[in-house]
Design a protein around this ligand. Structure first.
Ligand SMILES: [Cu+2]
Length: 416
């Protein structure tokens, strides 16, 4: 029941200016992505060449005046030029950072009444680095992997607005293709299925957005928990494999216990035409996806996304809460080396009594957990998938840095 609801909470939209040059560049990207649909290992070489040709085209466009662009936009683009060593394309990317920071989530709600929560999402297809010198075309919500962390309270009415393409941008340029080609490419539509929704398809039947469309739907957040959302447009596994997932927290009416730090981490499996570390542009390998043989297991979308400057950081004595989910297809075995979880809320069930003193937890695909612990001993801790080749050899590694005074009574070297 919502009486006199306070003003809606509106989640951010990153609304960078998009000029005509950029929109044409996106058209080039879209052209290259049609190939991804029919990708298999045999076509990889052709795709790489085409990608590099597109990058050459992009470079050319960058040097053009708006007038030249206008004149040029009617021309047919030629992507069959031979590959040059100077256009390997590995540094020609749409965004310098595909990964969402682990601390990029809204603060606790701290309110006692239900209200309307309005969430603005858009879909964006971006070429970015998966690791140095390895690029991939991600499909995203709001330009990052994972999508925005949505925060509501039990009893809230939640309105989701989903725009196909970045608002304010000339649409991402499928106009040279037929709709059949779009469908074949698997990105004629995007959508959203939120696991917190009680209703057909989790909203997806109401939320299929095509080029230039925006659709909205509303649901009542009745079940507290931490949930995954994801794209549910055909071919659904491909959309998810490309990065279209995020999490929504429905806080219980009484709120959550106070903590000092909260972090948002999602593990995803990625399937590339080349092996782990193979340089250059990597397309989605549908064959590997169907065989459930990922080349990468990644936290927040890329290798080392949450390390160094972007590591999770806390101080000795602070209470830490992690929301950890699996957006894509393979269950995670989440562990932090050197940390025991004081409390674990399995399977998103945050209103149940937690498990206590847990070392490792499995997280099902399409599920999430809430973990709480106190930072006790300073140092660097590694977040891993404890199926450890995934961490050591395939990317599932992040850092938690705890700063503060040494605690020799808790942890020290001794000699016998
Ligand atoms: Cu999608």
């Amino acid at each position: 029941m919502i009486s006199n609801p306070p003003p809606p909470t509106t989640f951010y939209i990153r609304n960078h200016a998009m000029n005509k040059t950029h929109s044409l560049l996106l058209l080039s990207i879209a052209l290259s992505s049609t190939l991804i649909a029919c990708s298999d290992e045999a076509k990889y070489k052709a795709m790489t060449e085409k990608y590099n040709a597109v990058q050459t085209e992009k470079t050319k466009h960058k040097a053009m005046s708006p007038e030249e662009m206008a004149a040029h936009s009617g021309e047919e683009m030629h992507h069959d030029m031979p590959m040059s060593t100077e256009t390997t394309g590995i540094h020609k990317i749409d965004t310098d950072e595909i990964s969402r920071n682990a601390d990029d989530l809204p603060p606790p709600l701290n309110r006692t009444q239900a209200q309307l929560v309005s969430v603005d999402l858009y879909t964006e297809e971006l070429v970015a680095e998966m690791m140095p010198e390895v690029t991939y075309q991600y499909w995203t919500y709001n330009g990052k992997v994972p999508g925005p962390f949505i925060r509501a309270r039990a009893g809230d009415q939640v309105e989701i607005h989903l725009n196909h393409g970045k608002p304010g941008a000339t649409h991402q340029g499928h106009n040279e293709h037929t709709s059949a080609e779009h469908a074949a490419a698997g990105h004629s539509a995007h959508s959203i299925d939120l696991h917190s929704v009680a209703g057909s398809g989790g909203g997806a039947p109401l939320m299929q957005v095509g080029q230039g469309e925006e659709k909205s739907f509303s649901f009542k957040a009745m079940h507290p928990g931490i949930y995954v959302y994801h794209c549910a447009s055909p071919h659904v596994p491909s959309h998810i494999a490309n990065g279209m997932y995020g999490m929504i927290l429905v806080e219980p009416a009484e709120g959550l216990a106070k903590v000092d730090r909260e972090f948002y981490v999602m593990q995803g499996d990625f399937y590339t035409t080349g092996k782990y570390g193979a340089k250059g542009f990597q397309a989605l390998s549908k064959e590997k996806l169907l065989a459930e043989q990922p080349d990468y297991f990644l936290f927040n979308g890329r290798v080392n996304s949450l390390s160094g400057d972007r590591a999770l950081k806390a101080k000795v004595g602070e209470k830490i809460r992690l929301f950890v989910g699996v957006g894509s297809h393979i269950a995670a075995n989440f562990h932090i080396i050197g940390i025991v979880f004081d409390k674990l809320y399995k399977d998103g069930a945050i209103t149940n009594p937690p498990l206590k003193d847990v070392q490792t937890t499995t997280i099902s695909p399409g599920s999430a957990v809430m973990i709480e612990f106190t930072a006790e001993v300073p140092g660097k801790y590694l977040l891993v998938d404890h199926s450890l080749s995934r961490a050591i050899d395939k990317g599932a590694l992040a850092e938690l840095i705890i700063e503060g005074a040494e605690q020799p009574e808790l942890y020290r070297q001794v000699s016998r």
